[in-house]
Write a protein that binds this ligand. Structure first.
Ligand SMILES: [Zn+2]
Length: 115
């Protein structure tokens, strides 16, 4: 269960931040997940709902924002986005020489807390 360990790490990160800043309750967490990260949003939300018990995030919602992957072509030099788990060629010119620039991220972007 890949998502379970990610949910634990997210919760740890959020709790550490709250302890440091003296926040006592987490109401919601927003994470941004690239579609190439291999993380299933539903599984992550499910896992988070399990690990949040008896923590300061017990009543928190996990909000997942998915990011479409994007890349940059080495031949036509253009940026492109795509909506698939993989890509074999530049959708603009068909070149197979490109770099993936976004889509693998997993970031905690927002947190709503009570003091
Ligand atoms: Zn191209």
């Amino acid at each position: 269960m890949h998502e379970a360990s990610i949910a634990c790490s997210l919760l740890d990160l959020a709790e550490q931040y709250c302890v440091k800043n003296n926040y006592h309750t987490i109401n919601s967490l927003t994470v941004r997940i690239g579609k190439l990260s291999g993380v299933m949003p539903d599984a992550l939300i499910f896992a988070f709902d399990v690990v949040k018990h008896d923590s300061i995030a017990e009543g928190a919602h996990l909000i997942v924002e998915q990011v479409n992957p994007s890349g940059m072509c080495n031949d036509c030099k253009k940026d492109f986005t795509f909506d698939a788990p993989y890509i074999f060629e530049c959708p603009l010119c068909g070149s197979t020489s490109f770099v993936i620039t976004r889509g693998r991220e997993l970031e905690l972007t927002e947190m709503e807390v009570d003091i």
